[in-house]
Design a protein around this ligand. Structure first.
Ligand SMILES: [Zn+2]
Length: 74
């Protein structure tokens, strides 16, 4: 829904794309590394939660599948 609206705005010359990105990259899983047990795992959007703020920037949190500790990605 959102991308459809965006492309309409681009189509009407409202915005100029300098370099087109890739929407698939935004859907790529994030790779997390557990500091507790060393497990490296990938999590998709439904599995991790965004917990960034203005001070520390973007930050994602996911539960380690092995030790169930909190793993942060940034
Ligand atoms: Zn772990």
């Amino acid at each position: 829904m959102y991308s459809e609206r965006l492309s309409k705005r681009i189509g009407s010359d409202f915005m100029k794309i300098i370099k087109q990105g890739n929407l698939n990259i935004a859907r790529e899983p994030l790779r997390f590394e557990c500091k507790n047990c060393g497990t490296i795992f990938e999590a998709i959007k439904q599995e991790y939660i965004y917990c960034g703020d203005q001070r520390e920037g973007d930050n994602w949190k996911c539960e380690c599948p092995l030790c169930h500790g909190a793993v942060y990605y940034n």
